[in-house]
Design a protein around this ligand. Structure first.
Ligand SMILES: [Zn+2]
Length: 409
């Protein structure tokens, strides 16, 4: 138990140390990692934006479709309304006719009543009067029949009027029934229209919400792109400063070399030289003082390697192969270099040191040949502790790698 605790604590302390050293170096080159982070955010945000926009377009299509359906129901309802109006007018007209017929019937009824009263008043008692008032019998008969005939005509007229009224009332009933039917149909259509309207409102509120989301995402993208521009500018300024620093250091080195050219070649290595090994004709020393070469430009499998591997245990000091400026000091990824350093030398060549356990110099730092720059390790795509050493004729691109054995002593 105690042993395990000690082991964990030990690991934690070592990890903390590594992180400390690395984060100092990392800060100067964090622009590229910030850029890739923001780039990823931009991609993700744009994906979300596309998703939201396609959902929005879908909802908008639905709203449009529902609007079309509502429109068709509205025109059906409005045609029913004009039908209702028409039929209502007809019913009212019939009512007017009925009222007129009723008035006529009442008028004729009154006439008939008056005649009947006259006839009644001239009833049994009055026959004598009629007889007496008539000049002769034929006049009496004529008077009597005249009243009878008129009464019969009145009765016919009233009967006809009643028939007419009945016919019109029947038609009116039929009209009212069909009006009821239309009203029912209209109510039905209105309820469907209401359902469609509700669905449309719901869909529209979805559209509104998605529109807001879309705007938010758009402004997010804008903000990220603005940040990206700032980082680009920062990176450019950093690159420019690094280039200037390199040019100045190179000039200084050239001046020192020409000043030394008079004296003998005793001080070709001007560095701190904890490892002042043999210098090659190309001006390079081996980056490690121990360790056998375990792999060269091609692996034993035959696949391209583009570097030289030195079999050294983790923590072995790694030295700058020649004077120069540190242009990279960073974490290169677990599937790649791990912790690594890249130096630009004054002859225009680059050297690269990979799979380190600890970075000892930072970007922009001037180094002398033999300066400690890194401790070797087993980080990144590495199957065992070793130093991976590359020489390049240009900073980027694997095709710019040349055989280190042609440059080393
Ligand atoms: Zn290697």
């Amino acid at each position: 138990m105690k042993k395990i605790f000690q082991k964990i604590m030990g690991t934690l302390i070592v990890t903390a140390m590594v992180i400390n050293v690395v984060s100092a170096a990392y800060a100067s080159s964090s622009i590229s990692s910030q850029k890739s982070e923001i780039n990823q955010k931009i991609q993700e945000t744009k994906e979300s934006l596309n998703e939201v926009n396609s959902q929005k377009a879908e909802s908008e299509d639905k709203v449009e479709e529902l609007s079309g359906q509502i429109g068709s129901y509205e025109s059906q309802i409005s045609s029913l309304e004009s039908e209702i109006e028409e039929k209502t007018n007809e019913v009212q007209e019939m009512q007017k006719k009925l009222d007129e017929l009723e008035a006529e019937r009442e008028k004729n009824q009154k006439l008939l009543d008056e005649r009947l009263i006259t006839l009644y008043e001239k009833g049994e008692v009055s026959y004598i009067d009629m007889l007496l008032s008539s000049a002769d019998l034929s006049q009496f008969i004529s008077n009597y029949y005249m009243i009878e005939t008129l009464t019969a005509a009145d009765k016919d007229l009233i009967e006809n009027l009643e028939n007419d009224k009945k016919e019109i009332a029947d038609t009116q009933d039929k009209l009212n029934a069909s009006l009821d039917e239309i009203e029912t149909k209209k109510t039905e259509l209105e309820s469907i229209k209401k359902q469609l309207s509700d669905a449309k409102d719901e869909e529209q509120s979805k559209v509104d919400e998605l529109t807001e989301q879309s705007h938010d995402l758009e402004s997010d993208v804008e903000e990220y792109e603005k940040k990206m521009k700032e980082l680009d500018a920062k990176e450019k300024a950093q690159e420019e400063a690094l280039r200037k620093k390199y040019e100045e250091a190179k000039k200084k080195a050239e001046q020192a070399a020409s000043a030394n050219s008079g004296s003998s070649s005793s001080s070709s290595s001007s560095g701190s030289s904890s490892s002042s090994g043999t210098v090659s004709s190309k001006g390079f020393i081996r980056p490690v003082t121990s360790g056998k070469i375990t792999a060269t430009m091609y692996y034993s499998s035959g696949s391209y390697h583009g570097a030289v591997d030195f079999g050294v245990s983790t923590g072995t000091p790694v030295y700058a192969a020649a004077d120069g400026i540190v242009v990279t000091s960073t974490w290169g990824g677990s599937d790649s270099y791990g912790y690594y350093i890249k130096i630009k030398h004054y002859n225009g060549l680059y050297t690269l040191y990979a799979h380190g356990s600890s970075l000892k110099v930072s970007v922009g730092q001037e180094v002398k040949q033999g300066d400690l720059i890194m401790l070797s390790g087993n980080t990144g795509n590495s199957t065992g502790p070793h130093l991976h050493f590359e020489v390049r004729v240009a900073p980027g691109g694997y095709s710019n790698r040349v055989n280190p054995l042609n440059y080393l002593p």
